[in-house]
Write a protein that binds this ligand. Structure first.
Ligand code: SF4
Length: 349
């Protein structure tokens, strides 16, 4: 029996697991980090695959499992190798220095920057150089049932991605139908986007259409508004340019969030502490609701679920004295798997 059923959420988890096992599709020694539901304010991708330099990824782990936000990145990437007053050692951030001081304290608390005082002056020194770990960003939209109307909805989003070129490649993953020519190919999608035909149960996929590599190092075009397409709409599309430096810092910000979050973080919003919740295995661990007999979405498996029943207190004491019950144990299990894919992180981090 397919655990995924017709669920888009299940398909998305299958796509993440498949990418973790099979990416990169070409022969290369790059390591991958997979995350889901991340992007920018205007555009959120279902699945994100980071192709990373293996040694760089290992050295990234020195900075801990949590993401570094833009302010922290400014400090750790520019921190001098020898002791220096922070205002001399760092380039002007473009915002008041007091915010930099806050980031310096945070970096110090997290143990990723060295600091000392010389009278009133704070001096800083890098602990390790921040590595160049990110090589490529691949964005995948999951549309298990890619019919004409789904393609019409998806088309403009992919056109936005192609024009912005924030990711190196964009893909659509759809359910493998077994037909000789995947029907998705006939739909109205930009030719730059790749199409992946995925069997979510077997975790096998075929490339039905190869994507073009987008020019991430060039200026991007952000489409702000487009004509509706109806014959009576004579308005022009509105767009703006995004310079390469801004794109590079957005890519790194997305990568840092992906590094922190991974794709198994669904347990953080779902209710593994519900009596009916369990993880079932079908080539991967998937959330399953015994009460509803299905793979629940993150939205339905939440505190507002009418069928939620907390795990009995006895479960928390019998057999699981430390972890605090099966709900916690499941969270730990998923967390352990996430760490396994972040080489260099210590078990307790
Ligand atoms: S009953 Fe509701 S809260 Fe409990 S596992 Fe099922 S969907 Fe989640």
């Amino acid at each position: 029996m397919s655990l995924h059923g017709g669920s888009e959420f299940g398909f998305e988890l299958a796509c993440c697991r498949w990418a973790e096992r099979q990416w990169p599709l070409e022969e290369t020694d790059r390591s991958v980090v997979v995350a889901r539901q991340l992007g920018t304010k205007r555009r959120r991708w279902d699945t994100i695959v980071l192709e990373c330099d293996p040694e760089g990824l290992r050295r990234r782990a020195l900075f801990g499992p949590e993401r570094l936000n833009g302010d922290l990145l400014h400090v750790v990437r520019n921190a001098p190798a020898e002791w220096e007053y922070y205002r001399d050692g760092l380039p002007h951030p473009g915002y008041p220095w007091r915010y930099v001081r806050e980031s310096i304290h945070e970096a110090d608390n997290r143990g990723i920057l060295e600091t000392r005082r010389d009278g009133n002056r704070i001096e800083i020194r890098q602990k390790w150089p921040y590595p160049d770990w990110l090589e490529r960003v691949v964005a995948i939209e999951n549309k298990p049932d890619l019919d004409a109307s789904a393609a019409r909805m998806l088309g403009p989003q992919l056109e936005y991605d192609v024009a912005m070129a924030l990711a190196d490649e964009v893909w659509v993953a759809t359910r493998r139908t077994g037909e000789r020519v995947e029907p998705a190919l006939f739909e109205d999608l930009p030719v730059e986007a790749g199409i992946l035909a995925l069997d979510p149960d077997e975790l096998e996929a075929e490339v039905a259409w190869h994507p073009l590599t987008l020019s991430v190092e060039n200026r991007g075009t952000r489409i702000l508004e487009r004509p509706s397409g109806s014959g009576r709409d004579a308005s022009a599309a509105r767009f703006e340019y995004v310079d390469p430096d801004e794109k590079a810092s957005r890519r790194l910000a997305i990568a840092e969030r992906a590094y922190e979050r991974g794709w198994r973080s669904f347990a953080e919003t779902m209710r593994p502490d519900c009596k009916a919740f369990e993880l079932r295995s079908q080539n991967q661990l998937l959330p399953y609701c015994r009460a509803k007999n299905c793979l629940p979405t993150a939205a339905e498996c939440s505190g507002s679920c009418p069928a939620f029943e907390p795990e009995p207190p006895a479960w928390r004491t019998r057999g699981w004295p430390i972890e605090g019950g099966p709900g916690k144990r499941l969270k730990h299990l998923l967390e352990k798997r996430r760490r396994r894919h972040r080489p260099g992180l210590r078990a307790e981090e």
